[in-house]
Design a binder for this molecule. Structure first.
Ligand code: PGA
Length: 252
């Protein structure tokens, strides 16, 4: 059976004092959870603090992005090997904010996916359509192309070492969650797209839902057969909310 995973995406939030409090709460609360991996994806400068405060806990952590390049003259870019040095297990790639605000395209995201994987990180590959794309009936075309770009570049077997997060852009930070049925339909589509190339990889792949997940709606989403956890933005900054979401993802 597929495991469950809940990853918090802090985005550009946090400071040393607030992080210390939040991490202390998470560390204590996560000790009681079973059957779900809880991950914290924080801004780069705080990974050192996270490594200090979460070492030896049941939580793991990761970067919110990663360079598609290795070491060299790439001002501002953080390599996968650097993330590894700070104990990261994961790197988010292709988050919609990276795609829309920072101009990342499918080819760049596929390169970042490959760089993360090569360094031994588990990429959390984000895919999802905008409202306009959904309303024009292009969800499958857009999400399919986002998945295909990575499969073409890295091979379908690479998805066996990755996690996919379906995050409809219209649901991120808007308070508008996809209904469990809408999310399930998209997750099933993603799984079938991958199954067409490798049924075993598809069956074992964790597909997270992201977009306004909260303690109040998590259980309904996680009850869907193809939803294996969540990628959590705003609610990941509040210890009780994040832990309630992790709890809702536990397999009963
Ligand atoms: P949200 O963000 O939970 O604040 O909607 C999710 C994400 O962007 O990963």
């Amino acid at each position: 059976m597929r495991g469950r995973l809940v990853a918090g995406n802090w985005k550009s939030n946090g400071d040393l004092a607030a992080n210390q409090l939040l991490l202390g709460h998470l560390r204590a609360a996560a000790a009681g959870l079973q059957g779900v991996d809880c991950v914290v994806c924080a801004p780069y400068p705080y990974l050192f603090q996270i490594q200090q405060l979460l070492a030896g806990s049941t939580l793991t952590w990761g970067g919110q992005d990663v360079s598609q390049f290795g070491a060299g003259a790439y001002t501002g870019a953080v390599t996968a090997a650097m993330l590894r040095e700070f104990g990261c297990r994961y790197a988010i790639v292709g988050h919609s904010e990276r795609r829309s605000i920072f101009g990342e395209n499918n080819a760049m995201v596929a390169a970042k996916f490959g760089a993360a994987l090569q360094a031994g990180l588990t990429p959390i590959l984000c895919v999802g359509e905008t409202l306009q794309e959904r309303e024009s009936g292009a969800m499958e075309q857009v999400v399919g192309a986002q998945i295909d770009a990575v499969v073409t570049a890295a091979g379908v077997a690479a998805l066996g070492k990755a996690v996919v997060a379906y995050e409809p852009v219209w649901a991120i930070g808007t308070g508008k969650t996809a209904t469990p049925e809408q999310a399930q339909a998209a997750h099933a589509f993603i799984r079938s797209r991958i199954a067409a190339q490798d049924a075993v990889v598809a069956a074992e792949l964790k597909i997270l839902y992201g977009g306004s997940v909260k303690a109040a709606n998590a259980a309904q989403l996680f009850a869907m057969p193809d939803i294996d956890g969540g990628l959590i933005g705003g609610a990941a900054l509040v210890a009780e909310e994040f832990m309630a979401i992790c709890k809702a993802a536990q397999r009963h």
